[in-house]
Design a protein around this ligand. Structure first.
Ligand code: 1PX
Length: 214
């Protein structure tokens, strides 16, 4: 995944999300988790200021990896099989967060909401101009998605951290796919599968009334 000494090729990361979709249009857990791991690696190259975000993402990835290496691993093969299994076995706390280990459905819901932020942010980067502010685009995408699920302190901390993001062209170059124009073309290619993964998950969670699991 690394490209050069410490860079991460974002194209390779985003391609992982393409491989999430099975022939039956189900979402495969392993590439979904691998996609998030790649995103965290990319985030880590942006500086230690984002470590409060990557730590939370890593903790959630770890929860899902644990399910995928548990005795019930086959139940967690896809997001669809996980929902079916956890609902059938009453493994979710639908009212308040319980004391036991967080369910897969609750954990994926947090990542799923973050995927919406990613989709909005990448869409806006793709149509941005050279003088666009990366921080402003990131904040706009955050306010339209994840911020609605975060308490005040996290919102303030997140919005402050965005100010250190590099300028638009430097940020596109950090993606390690060539010139800023190459990066924009890569985003255009990668976005449909991210949107598809998001839409399928959203429909699945809506169908089972799981969009507000505490
Ligand atoms: C070209 C763009 C690629 C950039 C890659 C960035 C990868 C970002 C990974 C973000 C993963 C965030 C997961 C957050 C999950 C969450 O909402 N957790 C909260 C709720 O969890 P709980 O278990 O308590 O119910 C938790 O409270 C979160 C705490 C940390 C702060 C989360 C702020 C998220 C901001 C997302 C924007 C990232 C900006 C990166 C700059 C490029």
């Amino acid at each position: 995944m690394a490209n050069g000494d410490d860079g991460v090729c974002l194209k390779e990361v985003l391609v992982t999300f393409q491989s999430c979709l099975s022939d039956q249009q189900e979402i495969l857990m392993d590439p979904y988790i691998a996609g998030w791991k790649g995103l965290v690696r990319f985030l880590n190259t942006l500086g230690a200021i984002f470590s409060f975000i990557s730590k939370d993402a890593v903790a959630k990835i770890q929860i899902m990896e644990n399910y995928r290496s548990s005795e019930q691993k086959s139940q967690y093969l896809t997001l669809q099989s996980m929902v079916k299994y956890e609902l059938a076995n009453n493994l979710m706390d639908l009212k308040k967060q319980g004391n036991h280990s967080p369910s897969g459905c609750r954990t994926i819901l947090r990542l799923h909401r973050a995927l919406r932020w990613l989709q909005l942010f990448l869409e806006s980067l793709q149509v941005s101009t050279e003088d666009s502010s990366t921080a402003a685009l990131c904040a706009e995408a955050y306010n339209a998605s994840l911020a609605n699920h975060h308490p005040w302190l996290i919102r303030k901390t997140a919005l402050l951290s965005f100010y250190v993001l590099p300028a638009r062209n430097d940020f596109l170059e950090l993606m390690n796919v060539g010139t800023p124009a190459d990066a924009v073309a890569m985003l255009e290619e990668a976005l449909p599968s991210i949107s598809k993964v998001y839409d399928i998950t959203q429909a699945l969670y809506a169908q089972h009334n799981l969009l507000d699991i505490p």
